[in-house]
Design a protein around this ligand. Structure first.
Ligand code: 5CA
Length: 439
């Protein structure tokens, strides 16, 4: 993408309304624009990151055996009356009346909709287990939307819903999601700690919240240091196998959110130098709630003996849009964002220090064409701005690599490659640069 033809409305000054670094940097890097309190337009750079995150979430859900669907954003109130949650949900639910005076709502979550799909389509235990997910916008009329998209009113969530014949099966499914979550966050360069958590308005009796450590987080985290330091991606996980031992290892380590924290147990169970007391951002939450919705809404299958059985359910959420902010909280410096390669909006920024100069333009065009042809996403700053501005914009938007092309280098056959994360710079020929970034 040529910057001269792109839409990247960056800001020089820190916006006064932004209290946390991720919000500040997202506004300054031209990733989002507030449309109304807690409601945002995603600008091109932000959207690219959102889509990358969404895709990692999708790949890991698919790997763990979940199947993608797409549910509507607008739901009928009647389904929520059946589950008994219509009145309980209170003011956080945005209620809408259509032209026929039918009560509708903008979905804050989708247990009712998916249970309705299930009860009309699945009849036999032979069709179980099944786990359906979607990545869809949700609306919660939060009292205090804040920190930008971190706590928005409209936000993108991945929500999966599982149906099993019995509690043992549901536990196997829960374990798959548990491990899929650890992999998902690790692939984004995050260390997410699974905390024993309260179930809140979703209900149920088993629940874990996944939090990434950050001072600005709203969740209190008390955990064993091993939870933070464990490397899940070095393991080869077979999602068809029983994952009880693997999840058992994690759940044996002390890790609790505030409501579930037991200081005496923490001190007894975890040596002092291994205790982590920190703040965290909740990026995912999984729940096992048994037959709460299936009984209320008549989601039954014929069991092996022909008798009807209410299915055992769980739900599994990931804050896809919140993750964009979470990753920035975890990865930035004074100059701007430092994107992990897996979610970076572009892999490299190509800076032409003298646009309009024949030799510089030719060198840049060549690099740009070769990298693009090899599938490397490049943002090419071909504008006529000052070098200093170009450098600070590239640092701000945080692409993993910067390729700097200037008249002096071009004359002697070299360009500069800068690693955004480490700051390391190196001079090399355009050919070696291309093979480095494509290799
Ligand atoms: N139905 C269940 C799981 S599918 C559910 O709704 N769980 S939740 O309430 O915990 O939400 C799932 C995830 O969405 C949270 O872990 C959080 O990362 C994200 N989330 C929740 N509220 C907001 C919000 N206001 N803004 C941004 N992300 C949010």
């Amino acid at each position: 993408m040529r910057l001269s033809a792109y839409f990247l409305p960056t800001l020089k000054e820190n916006p006064a309304e932004a209290q946390v670094v991720s919000h500040r940097l997202m506004l300054r890097a031209g990733m989002i624009k507030q449309t109304s309190a807690g409601i945002y337009t995603w600008l091109p750079l932000g959207l690219r990151v959102l889509r990358k995150i969404e895709n990692i979430v999708r790949e890991e859900q698919n790997r763990a055996g979940a199947i993608e669907v797409l549910m509507p954003t607008i739901q009928p109130a009647d389904l929520w009356r059946e589950s008994g949650r219509y009145d309980d949900y209170g003011k956080e639910m945005l209620r809408i009346v259509d032209r026929h005076e039918r009560e509708m709502l903008f979905g804050p979550t989708a247990e009712e909709v998916i249970t309705d799909v299930f009860r009309h389509t699945i009849r036999s235990y032979k069709d179980l287990p099944i786990n359906l997910y979607n990545i869809q916008w949700k609306f919660r009329d939060e009292i205090r939307p804040r920190f930008g998209i971190m706590r928005g009113r409209e936000f993108l969530m991945k929500d999966a819903y599982s149906f099993d014949l019995d509690a043992a099966g549901a536990r196997r499914t829960y374990n798959k999601m548990f491990v899929a979550y650890l992999r998902t966050f690790a692939r984004m360069g995050l260390k997410a700690v699974p905390l024993r958590a309260d179930t809140g308005p979703i209900g149920g009796d088993m629940s874990h919240e996944f939090a990434i450590l950050a001072d600005t987080g709203e969740t209190e985290v008390h955990c064993h240091r091993d939870c933070v330091e464990y490397d899940i991606l070095s393991e080869d996980v077979d999602f068809n196998a029983d994952l009880e031992d693997r999840v058992g290892y994690w759940t044996s380590l002390y890790a609790a959110a505030d409501e579930m924290h037991d200081p005496a147990m923490f001190e007894k169970g975890v040596p002092e130098d291994m205790r982590v007391n920190a703040r965290g951002i909740e990026v995912g939450h999984i729940f096992f709630f048994g037959t709460k919705y299936s009984e209320a809404m008549g989601a039954q299958v014929a069991g092996p003996d022909g008798e009807p059985v209410s299915v055992e359910m769980g739900s599994y959420g990931i804050g896809v849009s919140r993750l964009v902010a979470g990753i920035i909280e975890a990865s930035h410096d004074d100059d701007g964002i430092i994107w992990p390669a897996s979610v970076a909006p572009f892999m490299a920024g190509l800076i032409n220090l003298k646009s309009g100069d024949g030799a510089c333009d030719a060198a840049c065009d060549d690099i740009y064409r070769k990298l693009s042809a090899a599938g490397v996403e490049v943002l090419y700053d071909d504008t006529e701005g000052r070098a200093g501005v170009k450098f600070s914009t590239m640092d701000l938007i945080g692409l993993p690599w910067q390729i700097i092309v200037g008249p002096r280098g071009v004359k002697s056959g070299v360009v500069e490659l800068k690693n955004r994360a480490t700051g390391e710079r190196e001079e090399l020929s355009p050919e070696s640069l291309v093979s480095r970034l494509t290799g």
